[in-house]
Structures are given as C-alpha cells and as structure tokens.
Design a protein. Structure first.
Length: 449
C-alpha cells in the first residue's frame, strides 16, 4: 500500500504524465456520456425490449463492446467495431494487393494514406450496418417507441450513427496522441469494464437464490475467475527465447567474444487480434438478421448467433487458430530477423547465418504458435462453457474471450507506459523491480485499427 501511494505521488510530480492521464480520463468520460445519448425520435422509456434482447447471446456480446450504447439506442450504438472491421479488411488488402503492400513500405506517408483508406471504409461499413441496426430497433420496439419511422428518421439516424462511430474513432486517435496508452484499446476496455459491476451484482444475486448454490458457490466462481486471469497472463506474456551469440572480434592480441543475448519469440505473437478478427466475422449474421425474411436464412442466423451453441463455438475456435497463424505470419518476419542479425554480427549457435537462420526461426515459430493458438481458442470459448454450467451471461463474459484478453493486455500495456515515464524521470516505478512486462495487445489493436 505504501509503495502504491508513493507511486501515485510520483505520477503527480511528472507534469507531462499528469496531463496525459488527465486528457485520457476526459476523453473517456466524453465517450461514456455519449453512450447514454439516445437517437433523436426514439423514446428512451420504451427500450425495455431492446435491453432484454441484448441481455444474452451474441447481441449481449456486441452490447458489451459498445459499453451498453447498443441497448441504449445511443448515437454511439455501433461503437468502434466498424472501425476495427475496416482495419482488418485493409490489412488483408495489404497482403493481397500490391498497391497496399507498397504503402506499407513507405513509412509515415504510407501509414497516413492507409489510415485515410481505413476511415473511408469505416464510413461505408457503418453506413451498411446502421440500417440493419435501425431495422432491428423497429422490429423490437415497434412504432410506439419511434415518433416517426419514416424516411427522414432512417436517413437522419443513419447519418448520426455513422457520425457517432467516426467521433469515437477520433476520440481514440486523440487519446493516442495526447493521452496515455492506445486510444482504441482503452475505449474498448472502458466499454467492457462498464458492465462489470452490474455483472457481479447480478451473479451474486443469482447465487443467493434458493437453487443458486449460496455464497460458497459465488466464492468458488471468483477463485476460478482468478485462475483464468492467471492463465491469460501466462498466455499474454509467454515467450520462447532463442540464444544469439555475437561474432568474435580481435582487439590487440586478444579475441573478444560478444555477450550472449536472446531473441524473445512470443507464444502468442498475434495477441488478441485473432479473436477480434474472428469476432468481427461472427457479428456478420447479426447485421444480416435485420434484413432477412427467409425462414431457412433465419434458422442459419440463429444457429450462428447462439454463443453457447456447438457450431458457433467450433467455427469460432477454428477461425481463431487459423487467424493466429495468419496474423503471426504477417507480424513476425523470420527473413528480416535473420538479415538484421547477420548485419549486426550475431548468429544462433549451431545455425549458419542467412537462410538457414530464417528457416530455423520459422520452424520455432510454427511449433510454438500451435499450442499458443489452441490455448487462445480455449480462452475464447471459456465464457460459453461458463454459461453452460450456470454462470449468468454477463458475468460469464469475463471468464475469458476477447473481453478478458483485452482487459489484461491493455492494462499491462498502459501500466508499462506509465512505468516508462516514471523510470525516465528517475522515480520509483509501479513495481519494486522497476520492470513491468507489458503486452502489445493495444499495439496489436493499433495495427488493426
């Protein structure tokens, strides 16, 4: 406790850090306030059916990512997910289309052009999703909740929803530039945390019921949750270290061998991105549902909208494993690592420099990615397993999946940045050792956003 108080005092002493934290909290407060601003023409007192619809299932998951804005029929109802989806598409184009490959190699100027394309695509995706959301709104609430459901309501509400998503994106960029941490990641994290208190209260109340198992069962659930968090930390921070030896050099009459160093290869180099990739695809049936009239199509959509269903979780897990390999392949380049090692005079003991080194690193990455991807898939479907054994839907979302990985990764990354500021100013850090292992989850979201 004393160390924590001293750390808070040290944070306050660093003016730049104090300003950045203040800016971050201000921007996040604006985002949270906006999630309660209801679309013009919608009666906020008639949102009971929409809240009921988003209490569980994939709609509840979508509502969690929007921080409750989805069930509030808010101007921020679509949240930041259209921006994430657009970023994923642009990244895929960067692999398949030569023009985007060229932009990725142009440094800062190329990054600005890619960001511009991402913004344009975000507008298009949001403009497509907004009518689907409004159609669902009309079907759930009926004409009593909407004062005038004519063409003006549809057009104006679509424009407002698009503007809301773009404003959230702008807030995220401002947090990244003027605050602490990655803005998009923090916005997603705050939306997730917003539902945690009510989820704990609801779970506690359900366990106190006659058939709920009592307080002991609630404490068992908290212990299991703690174990899941620890396992997630191991997944986030797990590394395989490859020894690298510096080449011998002659100084005077002596041969000097450089100190041995290590290349840290992460077991989960893709971070949370495979789950975000897969989750964005699994949200597609919800968008189609607003327009679907066919009974067979509705049946297909309902099957893949049931987050506790077998086919949903099997498809979700397989996509996560595939996307883990895919994202690892585009973020970790063994050839570049081998060339950089050769230029710096380093080598892996027993492995020749150049292509053999690249092949060796590639083989190591393939071996450690398989268990990492399977572990990631298991963590992703843990909430569904928790629901099946009786945990309430909202509380079960914190037993794994995207929510827990984002929470752990973003918190670690933000604390690491605060630690860096403190250590640069020669203040005591957040940990006695002065070393806080962060995880590039928010950086990963940056790359995908």
């Amino acid at each position: 406790m004393k160390n924590l108080i001293n750390t808070i005092k040290n944070i306050y002493k660093v003016e730049e850090l104090r300003t950045k934290i203040g800016n971050t909290l201000l921007f996040l407060l604006i985002y949270r306030l906006g999630s309660f601003v209801v679309l013009p023409g919608v009666n906020p007192d008639a949102l009971g059916e929409l809240k009921k619809q988003t209490s569980d299932g994939i709609m509840g998951l979508l509502n969690m990512f929007s921080g409750g804005a989805f069930s509030n029929a808010s101007i921020f109802a679509l949240g930041i997910m259209p921006y994430i989806s657009a970023s994923i598409v642009i990244q895929l184009l960067g692999i398949a289309v030569p023009y985007f490959q060229k932009l990725q190699k142009e440094g800062e100027s190329g990054r600005k052009k890619i960001n511009q394309f991402t913004r344009y695509l975000t507008v298009i995706i949001t403009a497509f999703q907004a009518p689907g959301y409004l159609a669902n709104l009309n079907s759930q609430l009926g004409t009593n909740a909407v004062s005038n459901s004519g063409a003006f309501f549809w057009i104006s509400s679509t424009i407002i929803l698009v503007a809301g998503t773009m404003f959230i994106m702008w807030l995220g960029e401002r947090i990244t530039d003027r605050g602490i941490g990655n803005g998009i990641s923090l916005i997603i994290m705050v939306g997730i945390i917003a539902g945690l208190p009510s989820a704990i209260v609801a779970e506690f109340g359900s366990r106190l019921e006659q058939s709920g198992g009592g307080l002991v069962m609630f404490l068992v659930e908290l212990v299991i949750l703690l174990l899941v968090v620890i396992l997630t930390l191991l997944l986030v921070q797990g590394v395989r270290r490859i020894p690298v030896q510096q080449a011998k050099r002659v100084q005077g009459n002596q041969q000097i061998v450089g100190a041995r160093q290590y290349i840290p290869l992460r077991v989960n180099a893709a971070g949370v991105m495979p789950i975000i990739f897969a989750q964005a695809i699994m949200f597609i049936p919800i968008t189609i549902a607003g327009f679907a009239n066919s009974d067979s199509l509705q049946g297909f959509i309902s099957e893949f909208s049931n987050i506790t269903g077998f086919w949903y979780n099997l498809t979700f897990a397989v996509m996560i494993i595939l996307f883990t390999y895919f994202y690892t392949a585009i973020t970790v380049n063994p050839k570049n690592m081998a060339e950089e090692m050769k230029r710096s005079g380093g080598f892996i003991p027993g492995i020749r420099p150049g292509k053999p080194t690249a092949d060796f690193i590639d083989n190591i990455m393939s071996r450690i990615t398989l268990p990492g991807s399977v572990f990631l898939a298991v963590v992703a479907i843990l909430p569904a397993l928790a629901m099946l054994i009786g945990v309430t839907n909202k509380f079960a979302q914190f037993y794994g999946g995207t929510s827990l990985l984002i929470l752990v990764g973003v918190v670690l990354d933000t604390l690491q940045q605060i630690e860096s500021y403190l250590l640069m100013r020669q203040y005591d850090g957040l940990m006695k050792s002065g070393r806080l292992k962060g995880r590039a989850t928010s950086s990963a979201v940056t790359m995908a956003s």
